[in-house]
Ligand binder design. Structure first.
Ligand code: SF4
Length: 292
């Protein structure tokens, strides 16, 4: 007997909600950006189209974008439930969600270039499990689009070309460089997640994880909080604007984290997320499911 018999069905609905409707804080950030742009400007027009896109997707229960992205799951669970069963259910839920067109068939075999057709493959979905000391289950889902993923990058400091050293100023220089290099690609205005430290893999993973943070979630590290604010201000003076059309809004939010590093390494990883920042939380408590 499975611990959560309806788990697969719940995850299908969780995927649908994530794919068709943006979180409130993300939508609010788009509204604030629109209010800052000159009426009738190209930036204003782009944001109008994005808002209309959001409205139609929500009303018609259709994906916010044709690219429904990589399905990134983080599952925090008590001791006891089988992570193998939960993993199998998540994979089945992804197949079902693809069948129902909540997700696009988004798993291409990198060696044969054949699409699996059912939305699943190696590392799609990408599932992380972590046991915690509570009796409820918390599942986080992010649908990470490919265009913005292409804009993600990693720096190894010091970077002589950019004159970026192994300090807060150096970190600021390279994150701004990444934003500037995107030039509106990856469907800006977007969200920046960065991580200082770790090895190459853990650093990029932690940078991407930042997109789960709500925009009003204050960084508990004062230096990083101040850096996030500086990056947000400076990025929005680059005049790249929505989709690169110019304007006052280049990024909608910046979130950062740090990991310990080897003495020899100082990586700064940058993950770029498009305006379609699709993330949601699902909770299971006392046999009941809730989606936030
Ligand atoms: S970057 Fe985002 S909005 Fe642009 S095509 Fe990809 S998923 Fe869609």
């Amino acid at each position: 007997m499975k611990t959560y018999p309806e788990f697969c069905e719940w995850v299908v609905e969780f995927i649908r909600r994530t794919s068709v409707d943006l979180p409130v804080d993300v939508e609010n950030a788009i509204d604030v950006a629109k209010g800052a742009e000159d009426p009738g400007s190209p930036a204003d027009n782009v944001l109008n189209v994005i808002k209309e896109n959001i409205r139609i997707s929500r009303e018609q229960s259709t994906p916010l974008c044709q690219d429904t992205g990589t399905n990134v799951f983080y599952v925090y669970h008590p001791a006891g439930p089988s992570t193998r069963e939960m993993s199998e259910d998540i994979v089945e839920a992804c197949k079902e969600a693809t069948k129902r067109s909540y997700l696009r068939p988004n798993a291409v075999d990198s060696l044969t270039n054949k699409n699996s057709g059912n939305g699943v493959g190696r590392a799609q979905p990408w599932i992380h499990f972590e046991e915690w000391n509570r009796d409820d289950v918390w599942i986080r889902l992010m649908l990470k689009g490919g265009g913005c993923e292409n804009c993600g990058t990693q720096y190894a400091l010091p970077d002589r070309r950019l004159k970026a050293g192994r300090d807060l100023r150096g970190i600021e220089i390279v994150v701004l460089d990444a934003i500037n290099n995107a030039q509106g690609l990856g469907c800006g205005p977007g969200f920046i997640g960065f991580c200082v430290g770790g090895d190459r893999a853990s650093s990029l993973s932690e940078a991407k994880k930042q997109h789960f943070k709500k925009l009003d979630e204050a960084n508990e590290v004062p230096e990083l909080r101040a850096l996030e604010e500086r990056l947000y201000e400076k990025a929005n003076t680059l005049s790249i604007g929505p989709m690169g059309f110019g304007g006052k809004t280049t990024v909608l939010g910046v979130k950062g984290s740090y990991l310990h590093r080897l003495p020899a390494c100082f990586f700064v990883s940058v993950s770029y997320m498009c305006w379609a920042c699709r993330r949601r939380d699902m909770w299971i408590k006392n046999g009941e499911m809730r989606i936030d």
